[in-house]
Design a protein around this ligand. Structure first.
Ligand code: NAD
Length: 487
């Protein structure tokens, strides 16, 4: 039976999965995969090179030639089986999410539940990959639109929600008859290998799902620029997203880019304060703020500002930072030395330039305390840049118009939230917010399988979600048949 990882030594190894076989990188190198809690060695993963990417893409293309002719009911069954296996093996995935990327238990369970949902929704997409019969201007002409799969789809995932994204970026491509090559974050190769194994054991034919582990900055271009890759599904930073967009543009290749965020949460004076504080705390601090939808800019109408800040501070200080395997823990370790340094630098920069530390700013090991800043100004790095850690800036605003203007003062545009009892102003905010997603009286952080998920501006290009994915993953073809009758 193919193994994603085997414990021949004390430290497990993760290999590439190409053409239905587990294999080391061509040159046999491995890299260290560390547990962010203490940076102890967790696994060693194949250090893939461009030659491995090429092998994986060619294996995917070869498999595609047969897979494209499989029946919708077969693809539906494989994806349902994958969902069932994921539910049955949930604990194994949860353990990896805790030990490989520092997920608190609740966040790990959330990822599993979401991923099961994406698989089920994608299974349903197999039978909905349909075209139309169209009226024709020519007598006797039967006019049809057909959907055809694209071919090889590259799925490139970030470290923070590696299960959600490994499934979300592959499930509908597979449902619609495409083959995939998965390049996971170098911080989460074990999790990706487990996903590849899941698909394999669910019965998907060899070569339809391939995995190359390694460093995106070394081998990403070999994948996104490969002539056989027809679609790049990317989730990650805006910097890398723009780089991929340039490659895809030059090659007339499809791309979806789900990128960073600097998401505003607006609290108007008539808001339900309890709900707003709860939404801000969960939206900001889940998974220690390493979430693209984190509410890192909180704009509170002045009459409620002091009360909100006091309650928000107290709630932030009460967030449990203990054992990741306890269900109440919210704050875990930041993923890597580089990311910890970034968070530290953002806090120091803000404080050095005159921001007020409302709470936090300290560290327990690799965990940054939930940090709340006031008095953040545009010249401070964290005003505009994504921190990707547990650091929130709270601003007083004078009225709806100022709240809207400041909410829109960002080159990002992923998610936005507003808390108010005034439906007219809520809808005006929803209409005018520079964001791909707006939530009223609910946190910025939310997703469901079938919705058009994504952002505008530096937050991305294109959308994810079952229906839009069917469009993204298929090519329309218009076919006409001239009949002798009145068809
Ligand atoms: P990252 O951009 O550093 O890496 C993401 C992936 O890109 C990794 O797999 C990496 O190996 C790969 N990569 C790096 N260089 C590449 C290249 N030249 N070509 C192809 N791939 C390359 O991001 P990260 O630190 O892993 O994740 C955090 C970022 O992801 C944040 O900005 C966060 O907001 C964003 N994110 C967005 C969403 C969303 O849905 N909008 C969801 C989760 C995370």
């Amino acid at each position: 039976m193919p193994q994603a990882a085997h414990a021949q030594t004390a430290v497990p190894t993760v290999d590439c999965f190409i053409g239905g076989r587990w294999a080391p990188a061509a040159d046999g190198r491995y890299f260290d995969d560390r547990n962010p809690e203490d940076d102890a060695l967790y696994a060693r993963a194949a250090h893939g090179a461009a030659v491995d990417v090429d092998r994986a893409v060619r294996a995917a293309q070869q498999a595609f030639d047969g897979y494209r002719h499989t029946l919708a009911r077969e693809r539906e069954a494989w994806l349902i089986k994958a969902a069932e296996r994921l539910e049955a093996e949930a604990q194994a995935f949860i353990d990896i999410l805790i030990d490989e990327v520092g997920s608190p238990l609740a966040k790990a369970r959330f990822e599993v539940a979401m991923a099961v949902g994406y698989l089920r929704a994608a299974a349903g997409a197999a039978r909905r990959t349909s075209g139309q019969t169209l009226p024709s201007d020519v007598p006797g002409r039967l006019s049809l639109s057909l959907r055809q799969p694209l071919g090889v789809v590259a799925a490139i995932t970030p470290f923070n929600v590696p299960l959600i994204k490994s499934i979300k970026l592959t499930a509908v491509p597979l449902a619609t008859g495409n083959a995939v090559v998965l390049l996971p974050s170098e911080e989460a190769p074990m999790l990706a290998a487990r996903v590849a194994r899941l698909y394999h054991e669910a019965g998907l034919p060899p070569g339809v799902v391939n995995l190359v582990t390694g460093f995106g900055h070394e081998i990403g271009d070999a994948l996104t620029g490969h002539p056989l890759v027809r679609l790049v599904n990317f989730t990650g930073s805006s910097r890398v997203g723009k780089h991929i967009a340039a490659i895809a543009g030059a090659q007339m290749k499809r791309v979806t880019l789900e990128l960073g965020g600097k998401n505003p949460l607006v609290v108007l004076a008539d808001a339900d304060l309890d709900a707003a504080v709860h939404g801000a705390v969960m939206g900001m601090f889940l998974y220690q703020g390493q979430v693209c939808m984190a509410s890192s800019r909180i704009l509170v109408e002045r009459p409620l500002y002091a009360a909100f800040l006091e309650r928000f501070q107290a709630a932030a200080e009460a967030l449990p930072m203990g054992d990741l395997r306890r269900p109440e823990t919210v704050i875990g370790p930041l993923i890597s030395p580089r990311q910890r340094e970034r968070v530290r630098a953002h806090i120091e920069d803000a404080l050095g330039k005159g921001a007020t530390l409302v709470t936090g700013g300290g560290w327990n090991g690799h965990r940054c305390q939930p940090t709340v800043l006031a008095g953040v100004r545009p010249e401070m790095t964290c005003y505009a840049e994504e921190t990707f850690g547990p650091v929130a800036a709270v601003y007083p605003v004078d009225g709806f118009e100022q709240a809207l203007a400041q909410a829109n003062d960002s080159r990002y545009g992923l998610s936005a939230a507003i808390y108010t009892r005034d439906l007219d102003r809520a809808l005006a905010f929803a209409a005018q917010a520079h964001a791909g997603m707006v939530h009223v009286n609910a946190p910025t952080l939310h997703d469901e399988p079938h919705v058009p998920f994504g952002g505008v501006g530096d937050s991305g290009f294109g959308r994810e979600g079952t229906e839009v994915d069917i469009d993204t993953c298929t090519e329309w073809k218009w076919v006409t048949i001239q009949t002798g009758g009145t068809a």
